[in-house]
Design a protein around this ligand. Structure first.
Ligand SMILES: Cc1cc2nc3c(=O)[nH]c(=O)nc-3n(C[C@H](O)[C@H](O)[C@H](O)COP(=O)(O)OP(=O)(O)OC[C@H]3O[C@@H](n4cnc5c(N)ncnc54)[C@H](O)[C@@H]3O)c2cc1C
Length: 309
């Protein structure tokens, strides 16, 4: 979410203060527009509508009719959760909390006019705006990979069909095959996420394909809960997981989704499954609205820096 908690509570309090006067005067209700119906946006919509007891009009803009949570998506890959447990619809927000859910993309925010424009052509005005668009991948940050490549080299870092595809690819790996993950640089969504995923992949392969190998090609020198993860991999999947930083590989230079190769400075790996988790940043509508700081670019230590250093 783009609003921090303090600012949001301030906004909500200001909204509450607005309530008595316009309502008493028979004026229109103040309106909060929320862009993005993920965990952040949908939670904000629910609680603004619920706590204001309908005194604030809440409009949620979200293109999808079904939201698949990233939480539990690694467990789905491991076979511990059915995909259906990740799926949520927006019906209750409308029926129980009177949130108006508009299924469309917000294409632009006009902060002067206090208006959100939709890809479908409409515009919705707001008194307060919450932007909660999640993440987008940084374009052209990995040579050879773009959204068209995700059907061959899935990221599975936005859940749903990507999760299903990655799971199917892992289950179809040839005996003794190779799973390679191109891990993301900092900062990125859910720091333990890639390594939880490795644990789930190892769990599946241990049962179905115990001679398979897992490579983590990582720009970072260390990662979240590293000691615990590495101890677990060594205990439960000895010899299966190799974590290789740029110091060993020279760094990922490019990928080729047609040949399923990952080209690094010092070697090229051909894998059966390549899970590319690209560098990421706040969703593009937040950038368009001028609410993000300078674009960050990954450096070779796995951290990110401003373009000038
Ligand atoms: C593999 C993985 C595992 C994770 N596990 C956990 C966990 O166990 N626990 C935990 O707390 N967190 C976990 N996370 C992190 C968690 O998923 C995120 O923190 C959370 O999804 C963020 O919610 P959000 O609403 O900000 O973004 P999202 O959930 O990404 O939702 C953003 C929504 O905005 C919509 N949107 C984007 N742009 C626009 C636009 N222009 N117009 C309209 N709508 C738009 C999108 O369609 C999307 O529905 C995990 C993440 C991953 C990747």
């Amino acid at each position: 979410m783009i609003l921090n908690r303090r600012r949001f509570l301030g906004t909500a309090a200001a909204g509450a203060a607005l309530l008595s006067s316009p309502m008493a005067l028979g004026q229109k209700r103040p309106r909060v527009v929320i862009v993005g119906g993920g965990a952040g946006g949908a939670t904000a919509a629910r609680y603004i509508a619920k706590d204001s007891k309908g005194a604030i009009e809440v409009i949620l803009i979200e293109p999808s009719r079904t939201y698949y949570t990233c939480f539990f998506s690694n467990l789905a890959i491991g076979g511990f959760q059915p995909m259906s447990n990740l799926a949520h619809s927006y019906g209750k927000l409308a029926s129980e909390y009177s949130v108006t859910v508009v299924h469309d993309w917000a294409s632009a925010v006009d902060r002067e006019k206090k208006e959100v424009r939709l890809a479908g052509g409409d515009a919705i005005s707001y008194d307060r705006l919450v932007l909660s668009p999640g993440i987008d991948f940084i374009k052209d940050s990995i040579e050879g990979w773009d959204v068209t490549a995700q059907t061959k080299m899935p990221h599975a870092y936005k859940a749903g069909t990507q999760t299903q595809l990655l799971k199917a690819q892992i289950e179809a790996m040839p005996e003794g095959g190779t799973f390679a993950m191109v891990a993301p640089p900092n900062p990125y969504r859910c720091p333990p996420g890639p390594y939880e995923r490795i644990s789930m992949v190892a769990h599946v392969l241990k049962q179905r394909n115990p001679t398979a190998k897992i490579l983590i090609l990582d720009p970072k020198e260390k990662f979240s809960k590293q000691g615990l993860f590495m101890e677990g991999w060594e205990t439960h999947y000895p010899g299966m997981v190799d974590w290789l930083t740029d110091e060993f590989t020279g760094g990922v230079q490019r990928v080729d989704p047609n040949t399923m190769e990952v080209v690094m400075e010092d070697e090229t790996v051909k894998a059966d499954v390549v899970n590319v988790i690209p560098p990421m940043q706040a969703g593009s509508i937040a950038q368009q609205a001028g609410l993000t700081n300078e674009k960050l670019v990954p450096d070779r230590s796995g951290n990110t820096a401003k373009p000038d250093g």
